[in-house]
Design a protein around this ligand. Structure first.
Ligand code: BTN
Length: 270
């Protein structure tokens, strides 16, 4: 694990990272999230960004491995909002908006870019990025939060997973380079994070709902024990999914995986 370059830099294409970001780059590393957590625990400041060309132990939600070949974006940002963990969890929606801004600005105008609960971004129904928030709290307040984003720029996993995937290269007329995608992402993240800090969850929730996949549609949510079927009708004030059951009752789901359509329902049961 060798640190290639440090500190904020001016990327190509005339873009400039927001001056608050302090960027630390690695050619290869176990996981940018793991490195950012080590640095956060050692007291490194908010807006430290760990970037890597590839990861040897990239990980995703539910302990899944995240394939991390060279050519994609692997980033983890240390954030230190002094708030309760449940409030800090809203940052996954902040990140989804930032990633969807990037995808929207690059993919073919006829393609749809959507946010899927809890924190995926899809292009024409295929996952283009994954978001992983990890945090540490003392008592009721977060000490730090690490926002990990893996964005499929040049590669994506093959078929066979529960969800189809894609890359920006497959969705754009001209393949974007990782540097440009990184600059766009950090810019969009700074924008939405500032908005969240200044105005709270309301504008983030409204923007996310406006871009969400399957609002008002039938959905199956895979929970710990069993799938639950209903209609996705809202996002509550903490970012939980609000499901309307056939009985008309509403269930608030804090964690789970969402599937739309018949084949997805099959996947939800397995
Ligand atoms: C998911 O399961 O969808 C979330 C995947 C998150 C992957 C990113 S890649 C950069 C950062 N480092 C990691 O090990 N994971 C996150």
């Amino acid at each position: 694990m060798t640190e290639a370059r440090g500190l904020a830099r001016q990327p190509p294409h005339g873009d400039r990272f927001d001056a608050r970001f302090r960027v630390v780059r690695f050619g290869a590393i176990d996981s940018t999230n793991t490195e950012a957590k080590r640095r956060a625990a050692a007291g490194e400041p908010e807006f430290t960004v760990v970037l890597a060309g590839e990861q040897t132990a990239g990980h995703g939600r539910r302990g899944r491995a995240w394939q991390s070949p060279r050519g994609n974006l692997y980033s983890s940002v240390i954030l230190r909002p002094a708030c309760a963990p449940i409030v800090g969890a809203q940052i996954s929606f902040v990140a989804a908006l930032a990633v969807s801004d990037v995808a929207r600005s690059l993919v073919h105008p006829a393609s749809s870019v959507a946010c899927k609960w809890p924190n995926d971004v899809l292009v024409d129904g295929r996952k283009v990025a994954g978001i992983l928030l990890e945090s540490s709290a003392s008592g009721r307040t977060l000490d730090w939060l690490v926002l990990g984003v893996g964005l499929n720029v040049a590669h994506h996993p093959g078929v066979g997973g529960a969800f189809p995937s894609t890359s920006l290269r497959d969705e754009c007329a001209v393949a974007p380079d990782v540097e440009r995608v990184t600059a766009l992402y950090l810019d969009a993240l700074a924008h939405w994070y500032d908005r969240w800090r200044a105005e709270g969850f309301a504008p983030v929730r409204a923007a996310w709902l406006g871009r969400s996949l399957g609002l008002a549609s039938p959905v199956t949510v895979r929970l710990e024990r069993e799938p639950l079927e209903g209609r996705f009708v809202d996002l509550d004030e903490n970012g939980a999914l609000v499901l309307e059951l056939a009985s008309g009752a509403r269930r608030v789901i804090a964690a789970g995986e969402v599937f739309f359509g018949a084949s997805d329902v099959h996947a939800a049961r397995h």
